[in-house]
Design a protein around this ligand. Structure first.
Ligand code: NCD
Length: 312
């Protein structure tokens, strides 16, 4: 494990190699089943700061619950873009230097991945990226692969349909980078024409061995796949490129389920806004609420590996 100490910040999935991903999944499994009292001593006396410059409910609560379950304490600033001294022009470097005096780690959601990458080395404590603009969302990708591994038993030789907003969807960017580290992964991309993967990311992924194929119909995307990864269109980041009515073409309904094998699983980072019909929820292949629970354990695992030390 190389995650302890001042030097390790979780900013992009490129920092996580396959052995580290496996170690985190095993640690998450251990934390899920370990004695509650024992778990509650792992971060005793530690403080984690949460700074959210972009809106979030589930990710912030997930991190905060993870800290509390490990026995740590949380201090936080919600809506930090408006309410913190960034409004006064303070740089992110200085925010990290200051908050790093109070807390043992900083979990941050920011609007700019480059600014985050540049400022993180100035922090005296580990920085965890909880989603940066349309850049990366590494802890979401860790919990996504943890979910696939729990549900399907493997991360190699998978075929996935990745759908929705692949341009602005940071969860997709991080997930595909992480899956590219595993052999034999094929991905069918299904998206509104203007919302494809950024070209440099697609080239990077193909160079690392991921096989990408664009498909034009939802049925062709999901037929026979192991995993459907559905995402919402990020209308708040768009400048009118996509008509909200047209977004309906991308919705999964109960009638599509016949195309999926029994072992297949449907994932979604949430929130959903119509792209998976509620009637799909009762199907055992709908894994998105189990995915939420896995997120709690994966975030506990990450914080425990950074601050809690060796596991017994
Ligand atoms: C995602 C995000 O914030 O990128 N949500 C999350 O973290 N669970 C997905 C989204 O906002 O669509």
């Amino acid at each position: 494990m190389t995650m302890r100490g001042r030097g390790f910040h979780a900013l992009t999935v490129n920092q996580f190699d396959v052995p580290l991903v496996r170690e985190l999944m095993e640690r998450a499994e251990w934390l899920r089943t370990a004695d509650r009292e024992e778990v509650r001593t792992r971060l005793q006396g530690r403080i984690v700061a949460t700074l959210f410059y972009e809106p979030s409910t589930r990710t912030r609560l997930s991190f905060e619950s993870a800290v509390l379950r490990l026995g740590g304490s949380v201090v936080g600033a919600e809506n930090a873009r408006e309410s913190s001294s960034s409004k006064k022009g303070e740089t992110l470097e200085d925010v990290f230097r200051v908050v790093g005096c109070y807390a043992d780690a900083i979990v941050i959601r920011h609007h700019d991945q480059e600014e985050l990458d540049r400022a993180a080395p100035f922090s005296p404590v580990p920085i965890v990226n909880a989603g940066a603009g349309s850049g990366e969302h590494p802890t979401q990708a860790l919990l996504d692969v943890y979910t696939i591994w729990r549900e399907l038993g493997r991360l190699e030789h998978l075929t996935l349909a990745v759908m929705g907003d692949l341009k602005y969807g940071r969860t997709v960017h991080s997930l595909l980078r992480l899956l590219a580290k595993f052999p034999g992964v094929r991905v069918r991309l299904f998206h509104p024409a203007p919302l494809g993967l950024p070209g440099d990311l697609a080239r990077e992924l193909e160079a690392s061995g991921l096989r990408l194929e664009r498909v034009e119909r939802l049925e062709d995307a999901i037929r026979g796949v192991d995993v459907v990864y559905q995402t919402r269109i990020q209308f708040e980041r768009l400048a009118g490129e996509v008509d909200p009515q047209a977004a309906r073409l991308y919705a999964i309904t109960a009638s599509h389920l016949v195309l999926l094998p029994d072992h297949a699983r449907i994932l979604h980072p949430l929130p959903r806004v119509g792209e998976i019909a509620p009637e799909v929820d009762d199907d055992v292949r709908a894994a998105y609420f189990r995915q939420v629970e896995n997120g709690l354990y994966m975030r506990m695992a990450l914080l425990d590996a950074m601050l809690g030390g060796e596991r017994p």
